[in-house]
Design a protein around this ligand. Sequence first.
Ligand SMILES: Nc1ncnc2c1ncn2[C@@H]1O[C@H](COP(=O)(O)OP(=O)(O)O)[C@@H](O)[C@H]1O
Ligand SMILES: [Mg+2]
Length: 240
Amino acid sequence: MKNYILTVKGLTKNFGRFQALSNVTFSIKYGDFFGLIGPNGAGKSTLLKILYGIVIPDFGSTFISGLDLKYDYKKIKYNLGIVPQDDNLDEDLSVYENLLIYSMYFGIPRKESIKKSTELLKFFNLADKKYSKVAALSGGLRRRLMIARALINNPSLIILDEPTSGLDPEYRQNIWGRLKALNENGVTILMSTHYMEEAEKLFKNMIILNHGNIVMNGAIKDITSNKKSLEEIFLDIAKN
Ligand SMILES: Nc1ncnc2c1ncn2[C@@H]1O[C@H](COP(=O)(O)OP(=O)(O)O)[C@@H](O)[C@H]1O
Ligand SMILES: [Mg+2]
């Protein structure tokens, strides 16, 4: 387990009689850019919500940086960045205030959070929107702020649930560039998408989920080595 920043074993989640996840097992190495792909309803968000502690699995275990999520969630949280699928920014506050308030959740001292927020606004090209209310931002800028916010505590692992869905190509590419830069600086990334172009551009390793089961797991170059493009593989899976 030493080489892995995240290991899940046998995760199973039922909603009533419906099985959303079935015996999901995989690991992510330190420094990886790891993808989670699958059609709508495959269970991607359910899996990610378990990893960020808001859905409790029926069976299975999760270890992050060697700590058991069941017992050490508070410790894990300090080292984790989260970008949920649904936008949960504070509409009535400014961009800057959203960052400062979020940093209080981690007990980051004021001086440090001002410094870090300023740095993040610059990194995400949001500096000129510092005092704008979130309600006035476009979808692409909101998504950038969500990612900036997730980095306020300098996490070594960030988990993003379809962070580019519904965005224009320009915004999408901007986010790709930022995520790549973070990964090159040693941040491990776990991210879901249903865009195959994005998967091919970013991911080193990935799992494909369908109906709550892992149907493929490996390096992206191995998964696509049998003459089929990722798009074709994905479409085949989505038919089942
Ligand atoms: N809280 C819930 N109650 C009942 N069913 C749920 C709940 N959350 C998700 N589901 C169901 O679980 C399946 C997987 O959902 P989800 O994990 O959101 O998929 P994805 O993110 O891959 O689109 C879907 O069929 C969805 O309707
Ligand atoms: Mg989802």
